[in-house]
Design a protein around this ligand. Structure first.
Ligand code: GUN
Ligand code: ZN
Length: 468
């Protein structure tokens, strides 16, 4: 049995602060003890000698406690919308969505016909996620099945829970990136049968967006999704006004962009719609009614000039929609969820909203888990949950350390962290109870099979917190 115990401040969300009094949506422990055994959290209590003894009794072995002073532990971040093949083209200059796709994205994605290229980028991608404290993501691959194998193979090595799939496109892209409705169905089905539920991997049927799939392909995607309960469906929705006009021309019989997907059978639980910037009340009501989720991608929406997500309308108390946060690499500009939350705050300011730290950290953890219907196993630091955690450093930079001296409570500290923080604030990332990323190690990344026994000393072990 692998047992790990951590001592630090702990913050966790058990309710949606958009729907309840934010003060009652979370639990905060100033000095907490998190005990993990065999990949699960088994206890979360205020730290004390007695709590350590009690936890030792539960797991049946004496505990060694790794102490992270000046830190806060929260559930591993969840990125609800990201394109791993676009890691190589972050920061492509000057265009809005449709030009950007043609000029940069469709060029880069053609390289993923080569499995070794996909392997290389998958390695970089998973490490950037973990460096950012992200332990779960909904990931777009490319049209090539090899690109999916590469991503899941690397995720399997880290034992991360990834949700990913082959992009479906049967029109309006270079020939080298096109499949057909039938081929897309067959290849997705084969990948789904290979990967869905293998270890922690989950399959996501991925029609890129309405403009690049015919009616036939959308219908085939919906059929595959319905035939395999528990799988996911992800696509883009109402991101850019030029794109919306185009979709209206392509589907004149449909009442809205979302209606294209709804009519095709692509709304429902485990549907994840990226962006959803230009939505009206009917659209939000449809998402609420069908249980579909939205991925808010602020850095991307700003970078491509797409617009401002209407968070307060999405979370309207009368018909709240499940919303998570997405980096949308490579239109998004940072893997860091802290940085993404910083931009989400500014977008809310521009859209007459107010995203407190409680709302923001909820979105990045439990909100993402709810969007993905994984809230019973991910997104909270509580007994029974998967032990996917991030340890955030409250003194990560001289400025953050200085600023924290003037922060009066945990919410102020978290707000400073999301304003000033980035991957430098991620001290360690635990996946299924093991520190697969530790910024203090010479090689910060290790696969779980190589993970040191918890007794292994680290620069950050506090001798006073260590028990034999
Ligand atoms: N819409 C269709 N494809 C894409 C993509 O790759 N990125 C973004 N941001 N929007 C899209
Ligand atoms: Zn996207």
């Amino acid at each position: 049995m692998t047992v790990t115990a951590l001592r630090s401040s702990v913050i966790t969300f058990h309710q949606d602060p958009f729907l309840v009094d934010p003060a009652s949506s979370y639990r905060f422990l100033e000095d907490g003890l998190v005990v993990m055994a065999d990949g699960k959290i088994v206890a979360v209590d205020p730290y004390s000698e007695a709590a350590v003894d009690a936890a030792s009794g539960i797991v049946g072995v004496p505990l060694t406690v790794t102490h992270y002073p000046d830190s806060v532990i929260c559930a591993g971040f969840i990125d609800c919308h990201v394109h791993y093949p676009q890691t190589q083209m972050i920061g492509a200059f000057g265009e809005q969505l449709l030009e950007w796709l043609n000029k940069y994205t469709f060029i880069a994605e053609q390289q993923f016909a080569d499995k070794s290229h996909a392997d290389t980028v998958s390695r970089v991608f998973l490490r950037e996620l973990l460096r950012a404290g992200t332990t779960t993501a909904a990931v777009y691959c490319t049209v090539h099945p090899e690109s999916v194998d590469a991503l899941f193979e690397e995720s399997e090595r880290f034992n991360t829970r990834m949700i990913a799939g082959k992009v479906l496109m049967d029109r309006h892209a270079p020939d080298a990136l096109l499949d057909t409705a039938e081929r897309g169905y067959d290849e997705s089905k084969a990948l789904l049968e290979k990967w869905h539920g293998r270890g922690r991997q989950l399959y996501c049927i991925t029609p890129r967006f309405a403009a690049s799939s015919t009616d036939d392909q959308l219908a085939a995607a919906a059929r595959l999704w319905k035939e395999h309960p528990g799988t996911y469906m992800q696509t883009h929705l109402a991101e850019n006004t030029g794109e919306i006009d185009w979709v209206r021309d392509l589907f004149p019989q449909r009442s809205s962009y979302l209606d294209v997907y709804d009519h095709a059978g692509l709304t429902g639980p485990r549907a994840i719609f990226g962006h959803a910037v230009h939505m009206d009340d009917v659209d939000f009501a449809c998402c609420h009614r069908t249980g579909s989720a939205l991925a808010h991608c602020p850095t991307s929406n700003l970078f491509l000039g797409s617009g401002l997500f209407k968070m307060s309308e999405a979370k309207h108390i009368d018909r709240p929609v499940r919303v998570g946060i997405g980096s949308d690499i490579g239109a998004g500009t940072s893997f860091s969820t802290l940085h993404t939350l910083n931009e989400a705050y500014k977008v809310s300011q521009m859209a007459q909203g107010r995203l407190t730290a409680a709302h923001a950290f909820y979105l990045a953890t439990r909100g993402g888990a709810e969007a993905l219907y994984l809230q019973d196993s991910l997104g909270s630091v509580a007994p029974g949950y998967d032990a996917d955690l991030v340890v955030l450093d409250l003194a990560a930079t001289p400025l953050i350390a200085f600023r924290m001296g003037f922060a009066r409570d945990i919410l102020e500290k978290l707000f400073v962290l999301m304003t000033l923080g980035d991957d430098r604030a991620v001290r360690a990332t635990y996946v299924a109870g093991l520190p697969v990323y530790d910024s203090a190690r010479d090689d910060p990344f290790i696969y779980p099979t190589q993970a040191p026994e918890p007794e292994c000393p680290s620069q950050r072990l506090d001798p006073s917190g260590v028990r034999a």
